[in-house]
Design a protein around this ligand. Structure first.
Ligand SMILES: O=C(CO)[C@H](O)[C@H](O)COP(=O)(O)O
Length: 224
């Protein structure tokens, strides 16, 4: 296992401390969450997992975990998810695994949000990781041209087979290749107001705690 994966695994295993029997737990998506699912299965406690993607639902089922959809629960105690980049205010970019829409829905319905990342993902400011924007297929070419004219350097996310990637929700992803984001709030507002944008990967004021895997585990808590 390479150093980055080892650090993801360390953060994921540490996060299981926050999960108690009987809880309803939002389960994010991605390789770090995959380590978390393994560690949770090993912990062998009863809990209800709320999925954020077909991938997480399938892996959870393989591990014998109880996995349900978000509308089947009346609350979510805590959600554990990965992130692609996290800044010093604990804002982040997510969606590298194309699950940002369901991840945001689950996060916004959770009492607490914990992110698990390796240390390479913590940056002073956001934006060197391409910002995913989930868009309705109809008119997405027009939207691409509009975002390009704004200097946001969009590219459609493609599959290995050279097709436009389709998310679990049936949408496309436009990745914005930015050179840093001066104001995440303004960009978030702009994108949310664009017709055809379903959701974007800026997760602002969402994470309560970020667990950073490195030589040592660092726990960063949001100052409310
Ligand atoms: O937002 C996500 C999926 O949409 C993931 O949490 C993010 O891409 C991190 O992935 P990984 O743990 O594989 O590095």
């Amino acid at each position: 296992m390479n150093a980055q994966d080892l650090n993801k695994k360390k953060a994921a295993e540490f996060a299981t401390k926050y999960i108690e029997a009987g809880m309803t737990v939002g389960l994010g998506t991605g390789s770090t969450v995959a380590f978390f699912l393994d560690a949770l299965a090993e912990k062998n406690i009863e809990f209800t997992g709320v999925t954020t993607s077909n991938r997480t639902a399938a892996r959870g089922a393989e591990l014998g975990l109880k996995i349900v959809d978000v509308d089947e629960v009346d609350h979510i105690d805590v959600t554990v998810d990965g992130a692609d980049q996290v800044d010093t205010y604990l804002n982040g970019i997510k969606g590298g695994g194309a699950a940002l829409l369901m991840e945001k829905i689950v996060a916004k319905n959770s009492n607490k949000n914990i992110w698990i990342v390796d240390e390479s993902k913590v940056k002073p400011t956001l934006g060197t990781f391409p910002l995913p924007v989930e868009v309705v297929p109809y008119g997405s070419g027009q939207l691409e041209r509009k975002l390009a004219a704004k200097g946001l350097n969009p590219t459609f996310r493609m599959t290995d087979a050279g097709e436009k990637l389709v998310t679990d929700g049936g949408h496309y992803i436009l990745d914005l290749h930015l050179n840093g984001i001066d104001s995440p709030e303004l960009l978030s507002q702009f994108l949310s107001n664009e017709i055809g944008v379903v959701e974007h990967g800026l997760f602002l004021n969402t994470a309560d705690t970020v667990i950073v895997g490195g030589d040592e585990i660092q726990v960063l808590d949001r100052q409310h």
